[in-house]
Design a protein around this ligand. Structure first.
Ligand code: IPM
Ligand code: MN
Length: 362
């Protein structure tokens, strides 16, 4: 197949992990006979420095016309002055909005081989396989913002349609898994949450009776994620709760650096990014963990290009690379054992191209 993929490296370790993703995409294309055209564009702080805007019009146009978008990370101390009116994060938020990617899938699956890096006891990690569906283009992130000398406010609002579409997507996902859906809200306090709860109940009852639905308050959900992470299957929640809970959930896997994400729209291109940030403290050192981005490439192949076999091949290659001990310092048990981003990437690329990966997925 032919596909155009927009590459947005961004800031900090973004360019390093994006390069890793691009190499894996190229290897998949070559090995399976696809022609992937990768086109790079600026976003975030790098784009502010180059053109004054965190999302230049050319970047937005490229992303809209592409079949999928792979993004590294945005932000960093250079642009984090609280007084600044132009920020790198605006680039990402505007892009999500412009692409209409309303559902952000964040799978949390701890790898047994990395359990030493998890802050939780390994028995708590048994059977943990969660997929978060975070609403991504509404809520307090996008409501009116006001500031005057007496105070400030951020408006949180949700329309019926915005809730319905993300809940439906979460139900569809639940049907392919254990059919258990937890909807997280703060319905004891917030009106938007009361609406969220009402609509979720209606959609599940009327359209997805096979899905078992549980409503959970966000504070309780934060607690259960640590105490009993195995009780969750699919979790659907609004934008900011999802932002916070997925960072919390990610650390139980041992490394934030491992986790991919897919942001899906209704029929348009998807946006794929690791969930870690720009990690300015290790940027440019060549030691960033590229697995989150490489696994985002697998999601891109699966959800935007419909290439399930190729997606599996990338996932199997990642697993093989971990087996081979290719671990960056965030994962390695000692610094002496740690390897660089480039070595991890070369290992994954080798496995994608090699005999072994083919046999493993046959
Ligand atoms: C994320 C990030 C973003 C968010 C920031 C960079 C705006 O934390 O993707 O989770 O809050 O959505
Ligand atoms: Mn976040």
């Amino acid at each position: 197949m032919k596909a155009t993929i927009a590459l947005l490296p961004g800031d900090g370790i973004g360019p390093e992990v994006c390069r890793a993703g691009a190499e894996v995409l190229a290897a998949v294309g070559e090995h399976y006979g696809h022609s992937f055209e990768l086109r790079e564009a600026a976003i975030g702080g790098a784009a502010i420095d180059a053109s004054g805007s965190p999302l230049p019009p050319a970047t937005e146009a490229l992303c809209r016309d592409a079949d999928a978008v792979l993004l590294g990370a945005v932000g960093g101390p250079k642009w984090s002055d609280p007084q600044a009116t132009v920020r790198p994060e605006q680039g990402l938020l505007r892009l999500r909005h412009a692409m209409g990617v309303f559902a952000n899938l964040r799978p949390i699956v701890p790898d047994r081989r990395l359990s030493a890096a998890s802050p939780l006891r390994s028995e708590l990690l048994e059977g943990v396989d969660i997929c978060f569906v975070r609403e991504l283009t509404g809520g307090i992130y996008f409501g009116a913002k006001r500031r005057d000398s007496n105070g400030a406010s951020d408006v949180c609002s949700y329309s019926v349609m915005e809730i319905e579409r993300v809940v439906r997507l979460a139900c569809e996902l639940a049907l392919t898994r254990k059919r258990r859906l937890v909807s997280v809200d703060k319905a004891n306090v917030l009106e938007t949450s009361r609406l969220w709860r009402e609509i979720t109940s209606r959609i599940v009852t009327e359209e997805y009776p096979a899905v078992h639905l549980e409503h959970m308050l966000v504070d309780a959900a934060a607690m259960y994620l640590i105490q009993q992470p195995a009780r969750f299957d699919v979790v659907v929640t609004e934008n900011m709760f999802g932002d916070i809970l997925t960072d919390e959930a990610s650390v139980i896997t041992g490394s934030l650096g491992m986790l991919p994400s897919a942001s899906l729209s209704a029929g348009g291109p998807g946006l794929y990014e690791p969930i870690h940030g720009s990690a300015p403290d290790i940027a440019g050192k060549g030691i960033a963990n590229p697995y989150g981005t490489i696994l985002s490439v697998a999601l891109l192949l699966r959800h935007s290009l419909g290439l399930e076999r190729e997606a599996r091949a990338v996932e199997v290659a990642v697993s093989g690379a971990i087996d081979a001990g290719l671990l960056t310092p965030d994962l390695a048990t000692s610094n002496a054992r740690a390897v660089a981003t480039a070595q991890v990437t070369a290992g994954v690329v080798g496995l994608v191209r090699g005999e072994f990966a083919d046999r493993a997925i046959a």
